[in-house]
Design a protein around this ligand. Structure first.
Ligand code: HEM
Length: 164
């Protein structure tokens, strides 16, 4: 392995740590903690949106870097479609890429749901309790899907690494 490859793997790993670790921290630490607080649902939702916006500043670049370094890691394989289909490494790589595409879609919807105008509606109390509940449910489900996909992608990375 050359130094260049090691550095690319290192960048891939650091970005994976930021993306997966950060999403899990929000889902497993911040979100349950917030539920125990006696603030209103609107205030909690607003706080989570702020946390999400902050996290996006580092999470989205990490995801982009993961995709860039991931493609770099697999470029020789991606150039050989027959090997992609005939080897287990190639098959795991395809599954990994499909999961990454699903992750990007889930995350894009997740981010789109909490656009600025929606946030403003929450702040100015233009949404009914029912609308807020529905919004919250969608955000929670998409957040969970994001985390599950991310952990599944790590499993694909483990299979690739182990050469199963
Ligand atoms: C959320 C996105 C991603 C996460 C969390 C992730 C995570 C990881 C991790 C933890 C490794 C282990 C490091 C290693 O053994 O080299 C890895 C390796 C790798 N990743 Fe990713 N990755 C992501 C996206 C991608 C994408 C989009 C591609 C390809 C287009 C990709 C291709 C690879 C390849 C080829 C390896 C090397 C596997 C090996 O042979 O050891 N990754 N990834």
């Amino acid at each position: 392995m050359t130094m260049e490859q090691a550095i690319i793997t290192w960048i891939h790993l650091v970005s994976a740590a930021i993306w997966v670790g950060g999403s899990l921290f929000i889902g497993v630490v911040i979100s349950p903690l917030l539920k125990t607080m006696s603030t209103s649902l609107e205030e909690r939702l607003q706080f989570m949106i702020k946390v999400g916006r902050r996290f996006n500043k580092i999470a989205i670049p990490s995801l982009i870097v993961l995709i860039g370094t991931g493609i770099y890691n697999s470029i020789t394989f991606l150039n050989k479609p027959d090997l992609l289909l005939s080897s287990s490494y190639g098959n795991f790589l395809i599954v990994k890429i499909i999961l990454v595409v699903a992750l990007i879609l889930a995350y894009a919807v997740h981010v789109r749901i909490i656009r600025k105008d929606v946030e403003e509606k929450i702040i100015s109390k233009q949404l009914s309790d029912n609308q807020i509940q529905k919004l919250r449910k969608k955000i929670i489900i998409l957040g969970e899907v994001t985390i599950i996909l991310s952990v599944a992608i790590l499993f694909m990375a483990a299979l690739l690494d182990a050469g199963v």
